[in-house]
Design a protein around this ligand. Sequence first.
Ligand code: FES
Ligand code: FES
Length: 162
Amino acid sequence: MPDEIPRVPIALRVNGKRYALEVEPRLLLVDFLRRELRLTGTHVGCDTTYCGACTVLLNGVSVKSCTALAVQADQSEVLTVEGLEQDGRLHPLQQAFADHHGLQCGYCTPGMLLSAYQLLAKSPNPSEAEMRKGIAGNTCRCTGYQNIFKAIRAAAAQMRGR
Ligand code: FES
Ligand code: FES
């Protein structure tokens, strides 16, 4: 029987909630979120840093959690799609994706939302070029992207008007 890999302690906040537990050093961040915390909104599409379905924010910066280790999130703040709604109300981006048909199968949507969230945090009124660059790491096989751009534009306008 192979030797057990020693687990290491990590402490972090995920969607505002504190966690302190022990993980294998080789555990991927996406598996930590999905398996240990049961936050299955973060998807795995390719496992090779290509599709962006696994995108989360680590200290406000988007990372592909299929190629980050859980231990790299130690002492950090992670935001997943589950953390976007507040008090039972969808985030304006989530609402706009629904209103403007920014999704079909929805597989890419959690990652797309997090990339769009990061984009609007930096550019509240993004140009078309900024939107394209902002979601460049996220692949959508269904929508052709136009409705995603419409949704981001609508959410941005709503957030600026708050
Ligand atoms: S699953 Fe991480 S980039 Fe595709
Ligand atoms: S909605 Fe299906 S991959 Fe984007």
